[in-house]
Design a protein around this ligand. Structure first.
Ligand SMILES: N[C@@H](CC(=O)c1ccccc1NC=O)C(=O)O
Length: 306
């Protein structure tokens, strides 16, 4: 058997951490040095709300568009100037450990992307305790199938997720699109400060509303699923960028690095970027700014390939 030492369950590095240390490693706000933990979370959601208000006031948009029957199955679209639907679509999945956050506080990147001709889509999904991980993954899958059907002339769907949203985005590498009657024109994946192995989360207070059991963590961890997959289940050419902040916690950095390694070993077209001078929240907050290195990276990928 060709198991890699670092992937053996009994050698997972997080298992050597105390319960208290694990809690700290998986509390991103505690790693913010510019602000206290609570203020960091408040600032993040205030900046997201402000950017969303501004996007809705300044851009042509379609708000609360249903992509399914459920109350929570809505998305917001923000368009560049002009009437063409032959656009690249940048789809964002917010974070918040699958239990907080909303599309109404997550439209950070609308101005810098729409001003360059990219449509931005912010997807809502049913967070816990209403939603289970199984439902959230299904909702995200359906939201992308919906977009492809509604905008068949799109110039590419670029999916980006932050933190828990990066987990949901990564799960799209395993999606069965034939079940949804459409193959989306997915051209890029941006995974920002994500969690790809859910087992450590089960041992923290983040699990209180999630109620993940061991079996759930195995079933919903792209790290484990892709490690076990004999071949990339969908087109391995899909460029996947694994991105982490310099000031993300060591466990978040390890999760990103190890997921990148699994993608490489599986033959995926993956790259890894550490964004300097940003923590878990600044890495997204700065997407409101045109000159931010991550905006430049995103636009570079979108426009080099269309
Ligand atoms: N209670 C968490 C909140 C959190 O992790 C978070 C908040 C907003 C957006 C993303 C987050 N992290 C993962 O999804 C913390 O301690 O930072």
């Amino acid at each position: 058997m060709g198991g890699h030492a670092e992937s053996r369950w009994d050698e997972a590095p997080w298992k050597k951490l105390s319960e208290e240390e694990l809690e700290t490693q998986y509390s991103p706000s505690r790693w913010v040095v510019r602000l206290g933990a609570e203020e960091a979370l408040r600032t993040f959601s205030q900046m997201g709300a402000q950017a969303t208000r501004q996007a809705r006031a300044s851009r042509r948009s379609l708000l609360h568009v249903p992509y399914g029957q459920g109350d929570g199955e809505k998305l917001d679209l923000y368009f560049p100037d002009g009437v063409s639907e032959a656009l690249p679509f940048f789809v964002f999945l917010h974070g918040g450990y699958w239990q907080s956050g909303s599309k109404d506080t997550s439209a950070f990147m609308v101005d810098p992307l729409t001003s360059q001709g990219v449509a931005v889509v912010i997807v809502a999904y049913d967070i816990a305790p209403k939603g289970t991980l199984y439902l959230m993954v299904d909702q995200v899958t359906r939201s992308i199938a919906f977009l492809q059907k509604r905008y068949p002339s799109n110039k590419g769907i670029y999916l980006c997720g932050h933190s828990a949203g990066a987990h949901l985005a990564a799960m799209m590498l395993l999606a069965n699109w034939t079940e949804h009657g459409v193959t989306p024109n997915l051209k890029g994946l941006f995974l920002v400060s994500g969690v790809y192995d859910l087992e450590p989360i089960m041992h923290t207070s983040q699990n209180d509303p999630l109620l993940l059991m061991w079996e759930d963590t195995q079933r919903h961890s792209p790290q484990l699923l892709l490690q076990a997959a004999p071949k990339p289940p969908v087109a391995p050419a899909l460029p996947t960028l694994v991105i982490v902040g310099q000031h993300d916690s060591p466990e978040f950095q390890r999760q990103s690095r190890e997921f990148f390694q699994v993608l490489c070993r599986g033959g995926w077209k993956a790259t890894f970027e550490e964004i300097p001078n940003v923590d878990h929240f600044e890495i997204i907050e700065n997407l409101t700014q045109k000159g931010y290195v991550l905006i430049q990276i995103i636009l570079g990928i979108i426009f080099q390939q269309s």
